[in-house]
Design a protein around this ligand. Structure first.
Ligand SMILES: [Zn+2]
Length: 482
């Protein structure tokens, strides 16, 4: 049994995914959160394993009834609608400085081929059979529901009455995998993290797994079943397979990338990723990903975020005003990854001023100014003994610990300036002044390197200010806001 909470990197590669997002959604802070977390890890592993050994995939989920409904609303064909909207999603991630290797769309040709191949395999395995589904379906969830799930006849999340449908569908034998899945989760304590989600999945399994319908008869848009072209694949069966497509299923690359090292998901979709997905992979004869990590949700100033309250947080607006690194810092530092958190604009401003402007930004500007003043803009880069090694925490997705430690280290560097008072020391001992400033600058540069996955733009700026023993520019990293 493995005893580590890190995703596995046995192949010397790292493959990380975000969920693919419903194309009709407006990108909000939750989407940005999953994606920024994955981006942080992708950047870290690129520096560790080399850029050719990291695969980072995000994208859009397009073969859903939601796409059809949304296209109708704006009077476009579904294809035109998804093309335009996928473009928007991609450019938003570009503006958030997300370094994905592939932006996958479930309408991509190679994905259609993957889904049909795998459906055929699963069918040939005897895991797909025909049955009648009669019951409730929530389009918001793209999921079948039970009476028990409803509150006052409505889906509690979507506040809408689910559709009553009766269809002849194809079903997947999920029940067959119940025991195997339970044992797998028990034997692999790090397969599902955090622990609370793992417990949730285990108790779900204990209630008994039922076969689920993997096709829709009444929907036109989607991927046709290879063994029955009157039906399209159920959107989740299709969407989950994006992880396999993007790893190069059917090509040589697949053996390098699969299994995925880490799926980052929101806590609302663990049932799909921790129950349906492993069973689907086993049925198709594929290995399971090393880890599924579910992060929590946000409130906005303590209030639940909902369409009806209109209090969704727009990541793009924040980034335009404050910069990418500020949003990244807030999300990764303020909220323990895996727990729920609160987003408060007031707190955002406080963190900006105290941690970024007054601590990091101030340190950079004080050091560069003093070096210019006391030593002709020069310093000697000295070897630094790290006060904190971040590998263990970042690979366990403890982003907030990494940033807390690195910023407390920065704090102590500001403290060292206060203590040594270079502006006084300089009057009596110029050599000692240079020594002190050089030592602090060298530590700052090491921290800047460690900060790259978290704050890529600031890290780059710091390394541009101090270059090879010389202060070559002065830049205000974080200007003061009112
Ligand atoms: Zn719903």
């Amino acid at each position: 049994m493995k005893n580590t909470s890190q995703p596995n990197q046995s192949k010397n590669k790292f493959y990380v995914t975000t969920p693919i997002y419903y194309i009709n959604d407006v990108p909000h802070i939750g989407h940005a959160y999953s994606t920024i977390a994955a981006d942080t890890l992708a950047r870290y592993y690129r520096s560790k394993l080399g850029k050719d050994n990291v695969l980072f995939v995000t994208g859009t989920d397009e073969n859903s009834q939601k796409s059809v409904d949304a296209a109708k609303k704006v009077g476009k064909s579904v294809q035109d609608y998804t093309d335009d909207t996928a473009q928007k999603w991609q450019s938003i991630f570009d503006s958030l400085n997300i370094t994905y290797n592939r932006f996958i769309r479930t309408t991509d040709k190679d994905h259609t081929k993957t889904v049909q191949d795998i459906l055929q395999k699963v069918y040939d395995n005897g895991d797909i059979y025909k049955g009648v589904y009669e019951g409730l379906y929530c389009v918001g969830h793209e999921a079948f529901m039970k009476e028990d799930d409803l509150v006052d006849g409505l889906c509690p999340d979507h506040k809408k009455a689910p559709e009553h449908i009766k269809e002849e569908n194809w079903f997947f034998r999920l029940s067959k995998y119940q025991d195997r899945l339970k044992h797998y989760i028990l034997d692999n304590p790090d397969f599902i993290r955090p622990q609370s989600r793992r417990n949730e999945v285990l108790s779900f399994i204990d209630k008994g797994l039922e076969d689920f319908s993997i096709s829709r008869e009444t929907q036109d848009w989607g991927i046709r079943l290879p063994f029955d072209d009157s039906q399209v694949a159920y959107v989740w069966f299709d969407a989950l397979l994006n992880y396999v497509t993007a790893a190069g299923y059917g090509t040589e690359a697949f053996s390098k990338w699969w299994p995925a090292d880490l799926h980052i998901v929101g806590k609302d979709i663990i049932k799909f990723h921790c129950i349906y997905w492993p069973a689907m992979l086993w049925s198709a004869g594929l290995e399971l990903p090393h880890q599924v990590f579910a992060h929590g949700f946000f409130t906005n100033d303590g209030e639940k975020i909902s369409k009806s309250l209109g209090n969704a947080i727009d990541p793009v607006g924040l980034v335009q005003k404050y910069g990418n690194d500020v949003l990244r810092y807030y999300l990764l530092r303020e909220i323990t990854f895996g727990s729920d958190g609160d987003f408060s604009l007031q707190r955002f401003g406080e963190v900006y001023n105290s941690d970024l402007a007054n601590n990091l930004g101030n340190l950079v500007s004080r050091l560069s100014t003093m070096l210019i003043k006391y030593n002709n803009a020069e310093y000697n880069e000295v070897k630094v003994k790290p006060r904190y090694e971040y590998e263990d925490d970042i690979t366990k997705l403890k982003f907030h610990t990494c940033l807390a430690e690195l910023f407390s280290w920065l704090d102590s560097l500001n403290g060292a300036i206060e203590e040594n008072k270079p502006w006084e020391l300089f009057k009596t001992d110029a050599a000692k002044t240079v020594e002190v400033l050089s030592a602090i600058t060298s530590e700052l540069l090491l921290i800047a390197k460690y900060l790259e996955p978290f704050l890529p733009e600031s890290s780059k700026k710091i390394q541009a200010v101090f270059d090879n023993g010389k202060v070559v520019s002065s830049e205000v990293l974080f200007p003061k806001f009112d």
